[in-house]
Design a binder for this molecule. Structure first.
Ligand code: SF4
Length: 379
């Protein structure tokens, strides 16, 4: 490895219980599995510590990092501190499930320099939390936010989901209203995505529940955009809103396509213009870490065409937009400009709010164009 990176992602593959909508790789928490995981991830850190780096952002995600035992969490954090050089003003985030975080763990995180918490609230409505199969209540989520703030965490983000079965615009407004009246400085709003293999999909297919209409889902997103802006949370990416200065630097580095290292099962990396990931299986991951190599699975090298495609589906997510000099592509993008889905000014391309609503379709059409256009590929 030669390329320098300044962001580190650590994946923790455990959850107390699988949420009904989730298809991410995670295992039910188990003490023995935790030991296997900690041993393996510390080994991977030991193996990668010599790669050129100086960390400006660290993100421990999952799964549910906060479901690790005190000992497990301590080993993980001290391994990270021991093996990687971090800048003084590092943004150090950890994902939290409200049911799994007590005062002791908060103190531990604070002592190891964690300064940003991303709390999976999802909704402040208990019925909706039940539909999603979350293990916490709205009250517990609220208390976690308050306790964390009292413990000195000033940079707190919460995740919220819209488009939940049985959710109405009214209850979404109530959730957002509660959110802005807390001490949080960052709010992510995600449309519920129900993957094929999940229990929620089965319930939907069996007609036991139904999703809100596409029109209602669009209204929910539009309301969130307007309401959060009015309350001082600026949209800086399709799903992310922050008070000034609280934008997530770690995620911005992904969208700007900066190099990063991911450790832990299923963690992805982008180094030396190559994208690769660890095996999405704890046992395979642990056994793949031999003395001299990790079990990285190579995804693809980022050549000029891939770079252009990534710039579209990552960079265009940000409200800042991207600068494009390719005349052919700019010409093609004018079709979306006519539909008021994006703006083009001095080669700067930005999605409009309407464009953000249908961003996936826009990305798919643009990527297809690049794939099939010899001029775009060569320009
Ligand atoms: S807590 Fe997060 S990672 Fe775990 S099952 Fe729920 S949504 Fe998935």
């Amino acid at each position: 490895m030669t390329a320098f990176f300044s962001s580190l992602y650590v994946h923790v593959p455990f959850c107390i219980k699988k949420c009904k909508y989730c298809s991410f790789y995670s295992l039910p928490y188990d003490e023995d599995l935790e030991k296997l995981y900690i041993k393996a991830v510390l080994k991977e850190m030991e193996m990668t510590k010599e790669f050129p780096h100086f960390l400006k952002t660290v993100y421990i995600g999952g799964g549910t990092p906060s479901c690790l035992s005190m000992d497990g969490l301590k080993s993980l954090l001290s391994g990270l501190r021991k093996n990687f050089k971090t800048s003084r003003d590092v943004e150090f985030s950890v994902e939290i499930n409200p049911k799994t975080l007590g005062s002791e763990k908060l103190d531990l995180l604070k002592n190891y320099g964690v300064n940003r918490l991303s709390i999976g609230v999802q909704s402040f409505n208990d019925k909706e939390l039940l539909v999603l199969g979350r293990i916490h209540t709205a009250d517990e989520a609220m208390k976690t936010v308050e306790t964390a703030f009292k413990k000195g965490f000033e940079n707190i983000s919460i995740d919220l989901i819209y488009g939940i079965p049985a959710q109405r615009l009214k209850s979404w407004k109530e959730t957002l209203n509660k959110a802005v009246n807390t001490v949080v400085s960052h709010i992510s709003v995600y449309e519920l995505s129900v993957e094929e293999t999940t229990p929620l999909r089965k319930e939907l297919n069996a007609g036991k529940i139904s999703l809100p209409s596409q029109d209602d889902i669009a209204l929910m997103y539009e309301f969130a955009s307007d309401f959060l802006k009015e309350k001082g949370f600026k949209k800086y990416e399709i799903s992310n809103f922050a008070r000034a200065g609280f934008e997530c630097k770690h995620n911005i580095s992904y969208w700007l396509r900066k190099p990063y290292l991911g450790v832990g099962p299923s963690a992805h990396s982008f180094i030396d213009r190559k994208r690769f990931h660890n095996p999405s299986d704890l046992f395979l991951y642990a056994s793949s870490l031999t003395d001299c190599k990790a079990g990285w699975v190579y995804d693809y090298s980022v050549d000029k065409v891939e770079e252009l495609k990534e710039k579209i589906f990552l960079g265009l997510r940000m409200t800042e937009g991207i600068t494009l000099k390719k005349r052919c592509l700019l010409e093609f993008l004018k079709n979306f400009e006519k539909e008021k889905l994006l703006t083009i000014s001095d080669n700067k391309v930005k999605l409009t709010d309407r464009g953000m609503l249908v961003s996936n379709e826009i990305f798919a059409r643009v990527l297809l164009h690049i794939e099939n256009c010899p001029v775009c590929k060569q320009e």
